[in-house]
Design a protein around this ligand. Structure first.
Ligand code: AMP
Length: 400
């Protein structure tokens, strides 16, 4: 009988999953998929195999009521695994959780005490944490007795020096948890580990990793450890994103509140769902669509995105006291040679010389032999990182 491990990433209206075969203690992806539109009039399920070939799609309308909750969705995933991969046993579930707060700095076995602690962190991540917890509860009901592990997006950043961990507001807020946590930590940890395999010398140096996807942030890594992130207290700060604003003068919030009379929930909607590339272009949050558009607004949205990434290269290099390597990852970072080319042009002053041809074909190394700073494109794999942590923590890994 084969053994499988499931990784779940539960959001507000979607659950993404990866099914790994772990029979020999080493995770091999069998399927990835998602259920989108939870609570909406139409809910969609789709799954692909390890090579990206479709394993099926289904749609559920609201009338059937088949998938209204996270519980229904996890049940559907379980049933689908049983149908599609008969004769396998789910031995563990790994969960992506956005916030571990100040205290949780490593992956943990999920217990009722841990769930209670995660609930206390809901005010710090109200848009993500409740759904992560709903996913945990749903999986607990669907897989009774199966051990579950939580892996956190904040963990990788928890050793930032004080100056990169605080805001300049009275200390009492820092003490109660108003800190620059930083996110996308699972992706940064994966990329850092991959670098140790493919570029071990650079992995020990001063590295900027740019995770550029629908969510986007950058991280300064020294000797394999994060020392600064462009994301702060929430996943709003730093770079502009698909629909999130990125760095914003706090005075704008006061203006929206005082002069425009907006409520906090209206402001939340504006900053999380209507801003970023979508807000600036008025067309789309999707970089591919913006690159294909010839409107001035689309061009300016990309201009702003590129400008902020370039600015952070300079800022993070200063934080690192210099630079040895830059890594691009995430949907835009891995695929958009245009964005990478524009970010890196005229950067010889910092030691970066782009190999345009290698960049065009999304090669792993895209800097020229003359470049003092190496530039890499590394495909992130958050699901695999979570699977490895889950196996390690449960003693189910290859070494066990
Ligand atoms: P992610 O959230 O990491 O899946 O990244 C999603 C983003 O990557 C979207 O803005 C996509 O438009 C962008 N993206 C994916 N493939 C490409 C591509 N070939 N060229 C430009 N952008 C891309």
């Amino acid at each position: 009988m084969s053994k499988t491990l499931i990784v779940l990433n539960a959001g507000s209206s979607s659950i993404k999953f990866v099914v790994f075969d772990v029979t020999d203690g080493k995770p091999t992806a069998l399927a990835t998929g998602q259920i989108e539109g939870l609570g909406a009039s139409v809910t969609r399920f789709n799954a692909k195999d390890g090579e990206g070939q479709s394993l099926g799609e289904r749609e559920f309308d609201k009338v059937s009521g088949a998938i209204a909750t996270h519980e229904n969705a996890v049940d559907l995933i379980l049933n689908w695994i049983e149908e599609t991969l008969p004769g396998t046993t789910v031995v563990a579930v790994g969960h992506r959780v956005v916030h571990g707060g100040v205290r949780i700095t490593t992956p943990v076995l999920i217990t009722e005490e841990i769930i209670a602690e995660l609930e206390t962190l809901i005010p710090l991540a109200p848009l993500h944490q409740p759904h992560n917890i709903a996913g945990i509860r749903a999986a607990h009901a669907a897989f009774p007795g199966v051990p579950m592990v939580a892996v956190f997006d904040t963990s990788f950043h928890r050793n930032h020096p004080f100056v990169n961990d605080t805001f300049a507001i009275p200390r009492e807020y820092y003490n109660e948890g108003v800190r620059r946590y930083g996110f996308h930590g699972v992706s940064y940890e994966y990329v850092t580990r991959r670098m140790k395999q493919i570029a071990p010398l650079d992995a020990e140096g001063r590295v900027i990793i740019a995770h550029l996807g629908n969510g986007a942030s950058m991280c300064a890594v020294r000797y394999g450890h994060s020392i600064a992130s462009t994301m702060g207290f929430s996943a709003l700060d730093g770079l502009p994103m698909g629909t999130r604003c990125g760095n914003l003068d706090a005075g704008v919030l006061l203006y929206l509140l005082d002069q425009k009379g907006m409520t906090s929930s209206e402001i939340r909607q504006l900053l999380y769902t209507k801003s970023g590339l979508l807000g600036l272009s008025g067309i789309s949050q999707d970089m591919r669509e913006l690159e294909a558009s010839d409107t001035r607004e689309a061009r300016e949205a990309i201009d702003y995105f590129v400008f902020r990434v370039r600015r952070e290269v300079g800022a993070l290099a200063a934080t690192l006291d210099g630079l040895d390597a830059v890594v691009f990852t995430g949907g835009i970072g891995e695929n958009s040679w245009r964005v990478r080319e524009r970010v890196l042009q005229s950067m010889q002053w910092i030691g970066i010389d782009l190999d345009e041809e290698a960049n065009h074909r999304n090669a792993r190394l895209i800097s020229s032999p003359l470049s003092r700073v190496r530039v890499y494109v590394i495909r992130t794999n958050e699901g695999l990182m979570i699977a490895e942590h889950t196996l390690d923590l449960l003693g189910l890994g290859q070494a066990a």
